[in-house]
Ligand binder design. Structure first.
Ligand code: GUN
Ligand code: ZN
Length: 436
């Protein structure tokens, strides 16, 4: 038929429901000997090997033996231009931005440099098993073009947009709001829904946008209702204080965005650590979603995100927030989420953590119809884990492939806590294995 067809045989684990709202047994699907059938990058069949072998047994098949196959991981908030300044010492948010981040972002007017970092960044994501991300760029259109071209070349499902900044930053990172809005408009028309790409209108945060700029953002969102809005919200005490001074007419931080029509079901807000009950309730009512960034929240000393409260009625996805975050690994990020929950007196199960980085993240990004698990019709982005990737993992998991949900839960938890990029044996994009 000229179609590209492939079958994958192995142990598959995915989420089919939200384990924060239903018993885990109704949310987790585990097939110790499963078959995933992929045609032109789309999942055509998925089930137990025994049940599917009659129909698909003759298809070219890749066997992954006793490795563990998961949906591709999804990072709901990450800054590609900050890759070179990850792991920078000694500062909380505002000083960290001034000292490390702004100078690093200032280099991205250079298209060649931007492309080199975009290439490095996407390869690093794939090495870590992250196949989709919601990505921040810089104020320079060159940095946006470089990112989208690099993502398109790899056939990745990615969401990004130009960073909008018009005050409270060094001169070299300040843009005229009208120019920036015009550039954003043009980029939406070029990149939104081009192949697997989507666009997010990205005012950095309330502090660095004038009210006029946020008004222009609101107009763009009204003109293109299906593009995303992506920004930061309520991360750090000093940031919240300055925001209150800059927007004295607003009763709280969320209202800054609400007043310009920026809170809706394609809006993603990073951090949201210090939201009041009223802000949480309004976020839930408006359908806004949250990117939870554990390594960043700890690294920058920002605070403990109230995951359990937020997850009662708000979509939450996991995110690294590199370079404020200290790791590209979503497994390491799950572990830090676990510790943040521990510090608040509850435990985050391995399945809930995995949900926050797969199906739950897809829902956060309104991508649940295309990615997030192995449902037939979705795009076949998936990863293969080596349960014995390091000597310590081999010792800890010196047992056969799990057969029951309890055994998977136990092994997955140890993989999550001990694992990093070394866990990732293979990454497949639209069915095809890519070099990592
Ligand atoms: N708030 C505004 N900009 C940033 C950023 O680059 N990183 C983080 N963590 N918070 C921000
Ligand atoms: Zn961020």
């Amino acid at each position: 038929s000229g179609k590209h067809a492939i079958a994958i045989r192995g142990a598959f684990l995915d989420l089919v429901n939200d384990p924060f709202h239903a018993p885990e047994t109704e949310c987790v699907r585990y097939l110790p000997d499963g078959l995933l059938v992929v045609e032109d990058g789309i999942i055509r069949a998925f089930g137990a090997y025994q049940a599917l072998q009659e129909t698909y047994g003759q298809w070219p098949t890749v066997e992954y033996g006793d490795r563990l196959i998961l949906p591709g991981l999804i990072d709901c908030h990450i800054h590609y231009p900050q890759t070179p300044v990850i792991a920078s010492y000694g500062a909380q948010l505002m000083e960290w931005l001034d000292t490390y981040t702004f100078p690093a972002e200032g280099k991205f007017h250079d298209a060649e440099y931007a492309r080199a970092i975009a290439d490095f960044f996407l390869d690093e994501l794939l090495r870590n098993g992250t196949t989709t991300a919601l990505v921040l760029t810089t104020i320079f259109p060159e940095s946006v073009t470089a990112f989208f071209e690099a993502a398109e070349q790899r056939n990745l499902r990615m969401i990004a947009g130009q960073m909008l900044m018009s005050r409270y930053a060094p001169d070299f990172l300040i843009d005229d709001p009208h120019t920036a809005a015009a550039q954003t408009r043009e980029q939406i028309q070029t990149w939104h829904n081009k192949g697997r790409l989507r666009y997010a209108i990205t005012p950095r945060f309330a502090i660095t946008s004038t009210p006029e700029e946020l008004m222009l953002v609101g107009k763009l969102k009204a003109e293109f209702p299906d593009v995303y809005v992506h920004t930061h919200l309520s991360e750090n005490a000093q940031e919240i204080e300055l925001t209150a001074e800059l927007f004295p007419e607003c009763k709280d931080y969320l209202q800054v965005y609400e007043q310009f029509g920026l809170v809706g079901d394609r809006s993603i807000f990073a951090h949201c650590i210090h939201l009041s009950e009223s802000e949480l309730e309004r976020m839930a009512a408006a359908g806004g979603a949250i990117a939870f960034c554990p390594t960043s929240n700890l690294f920058l000393g920002s605070g403990l995100f109230p995951l359990e409260r937020a997850k009662t009625d708000i979509r939450v996805g996991l995110a690294t927030d590199v370079g404020g975050g200290s790791s590209f690994s979503m497994f390491y990020t799950m572990t830090e989420a676990y510790k943040i929950a521990q510090l608040q007196g509850y435990s985050l199960s391995a399945f809930r953590a995995l949900y926050l980085a797969t199906l739950g993240a897809a829902e956060t990004l309104d991508l649940q119809d295309t990615i997030g698990n192995f449902e037939v019709g979705k795009e076949a982005d998936f990863i293969v884990l080596d349960r014995h990737a390091t000597p310590l993992l081999a010792l800890r998991n010196a047992k056969p492939l799990p057969q029951t949900l309890a055994e998977v839960s136990e092994q997955l938890f140890s993989l999550m806590v001990l694992g990093d990029d070394r866990l990732i044996h293979a990454t497949h994009i639209a069915g095809q294995r890519v070099g990592i």
